[in-house]
Every structure is written in C-alpha cells, then in structure tokens.
Ligand binder design. Sequence first.
Ligand code: DX5
Ligand code: ZN
Length: 216
Amino acid sequence: MNIKIAPSMLSADFANLERDLKEVEKNGADYLHVDIMDGHFVPNITMGPDQLAQLRKVVKIPFDVHLMITEPLKYIDRFADAGADIITVHVESDGDIQTCLDAIVKKGVKPGLVVSPDTDINVIEPYLDQLSMILIMCVYPGFGGQSYIPASTEKIKACRKMIGNRSIDLQVDGGINFNTLKEVVDAGANVIVSGSCLFKGDMKENIGQFRKIIQR
Ligand code: DX5
Ligand code: ZN
C-alpha cells in the first residue's frame, strides 16, 4: 500500500514557520497536517484561515486541515478559500455531518471525518461512500506530544475492514513515532500524521526513518 506521511505543523517552530514548512516540503512529506483548534472544542488555540492563507503562499505541499472546532460549518468555506486541499471534521462537533460534507465538496476540497478516542467508528458508516479520508485519533485531541492510546490499534483494524474496497484513506493522528508506526501501518493506516517525533531533530532523517519502518 502507498503510505503517505503528514507532518503535523503543531510541532513546528511558529516563529519560523516558513523555514519549517519548506523543510517539510523538500524532504518528501506527502501532506502538511494543519491542526485548527478553537479553544472550545479543545482547550488549545492555534490559528485561523487568514494565517493559513499566508502559509499557502510559501509552500505548495497539500494542506490537510484537521478542524478541531465546535462549529466547523461556519469556517469550512474560509479554510477552503485559504488553500485547504483536504478538510476533516470531527463527528463530535456541533456541525451536522452531512451539511459539513456537502459544504466541503462544494468548495472542491476532499472531505474527511474524524473520530476521537471515545467515539465508535460506526458513526461514520452512513457517510462512507462520500469520504476521501477517515481520521482515527490515537490521543485525545488538543495537544501534541501525548502517548499513543493502545486501544486505537483495534479501531484502525475495524475501520480498515469497514472501508472494504472503497478508496478511502485511513489516517492516524497522535502519538505516532518510531515505536508505534509499525503497529498502525500493520493495522491498516495509510496516512500517518506525526508532530513531535518528526519535528524533533532532522526532518529529512526522521522521514527517512519512517519510510524504512513502513517498508519492513
Ligand atoms: C492533536 C493533533 C495532532 C498533534 C499530533 O490534537 O491533532 O495532529 O499534532 O502530535 P504528536 O504526533 O506529537 O502526537
Ligand atoms: Zn491533527
């Protein structure tokens, strides 16, 4: 399977974003994972569409925008206009799922749904035929650098089974590092988000190490 790597910008140096994003782009990452937090759906706050639009001008790498906000519907158009290539919405948010998916597709952006650790993946089933991506959170959303929740592995396997022969990417996010990567890939994940691990030290070496582990 073609495994994609999506470094999470949350762990970049925000005083040097242009430098860090170029580093991500030139070292073979497939997507830039952009965490959008509103201080309400999760306790943390990151940034809004205007800031994303500025980043769009400095790199071409696809933006995979993970909305951790209570009212995604209010902001989908603006993140799409800011240059998002993929937008994922939490099923636990206040946005009506179908309305959000329609809004994303209408803007020509690839739609995805996210489930937090305590959410059953069956919630996603009615929408499967409309999705480009499913994101399984392997930590509670809000912060980088948390430990992988071991129960995520069974969830990934079940989700891969649920996807069947549909061409939906299965993304994992949270606690993915050199020790946990093999487990999530073997379970069926094919888009790997990683923040604190990839941004610590040398991005090129770290992505190279990820690719080696994936091939094993
Ligand atoms: C957490 C975010 C993640 C975070 C992952 O809510 O969704 O994308 O950056 O960070 P690590 O890889 O450090 O767990
Ligand atoms: Zn994320």
